[in-house]
Design a protein around this ligand. Structure first.
Ligand code: IMP
Ligand code: MG
Length: 184
């Protein structure tokens, strides 16, 4: 790992732009989920800040979601059918017939969300939707598309707003690109 003090960032998405977009996303989700029993599943750790912003905005729409978190690891190279999901922390509630929203920080290769969605599909929810704060479509190895996307970004490594480099920089209130040999 590099010396943290020597690391440089460039803001990619500002705090204001994040706040505006998150409000829009919640409005979309609220309209789609109206009248259903909404169950939100956050993928730790990256989604926790995005999810806490999302969650607090449901109140405006008079929606009261249930919440749980999972921790997963996904493996495999190539196609997602050959990938494997390791559920390190699972939910403890029954989601049968519920309107489930899986939330992650960033959709990259698509392996994590595709496998996670498959895993919960077997538990017979009424619907499963996926929501990501960022989407890097260039890196996708499958056909996976999220139902709700905050921002599409190019293939750059980003930190902040919950996202990390070696478990650091999650606390930044904006999204920044890490400037290194690859990202200059
Ligand atoms: P994938 O879609 O299965 O490749 O995995 C997405 C996960 O990779 C996200 O949940 C992040 O934890 C991590 N990730 C991908 N790109 C970045 C990035 O630019 N910064 C920080 N984490 C990333
Ligand atoms: Mg993650």
């Amino acid at each position: 790992m590099k010396n943290i003090k020597e690391m440089k960032f460039k803001t990619l998405i500002s705090e204001i732009d994040i706040a505006t977009r998150v409000k829009e996303l919640v409005k979309e989700i609220a309209e789609d989920s109206k009248g259903r029993e909404l169950f939100v599943i956050g993928i730790l750790k990256g989604s926790f800040i995005f999810l806490s912003d999302l969650l607090r905005l449901f109140n405006i729409h008079n929606i009261h979601p249930s919440l749980d978190f999972i921790t997963v690891e996904s493996y495999g190279s190539g196609k997602v059918s050959s990938g494997e999901l390791k559920m390190l922390r699972d939910i403890t509630t029954d989601i049968e017939n519920k309107w489930v929203l899986i939330v992650d920080d960033i959709l990259d290769t698509g392996r994590t969300l595709a496998l996670t969605k498959e895993y919960f599909q077997e538990k017979k929810p009424a619907a499963i939707k996926t929501c990501v704060f960022l989407d890097k479509p260039e890196r996708r190895i499958n056909e996976f598309k999220a139902n709700y996307v905050g921002f599409e970004i190019p293939d750059k490594f980003v930190v902040g707003y919950g996202m990390d480099y070696d478990n650091l920089f999650r606390e930044l209130p904006y999204v920044a690109v890490l400037l290194d040999e690859k990202n200059i």
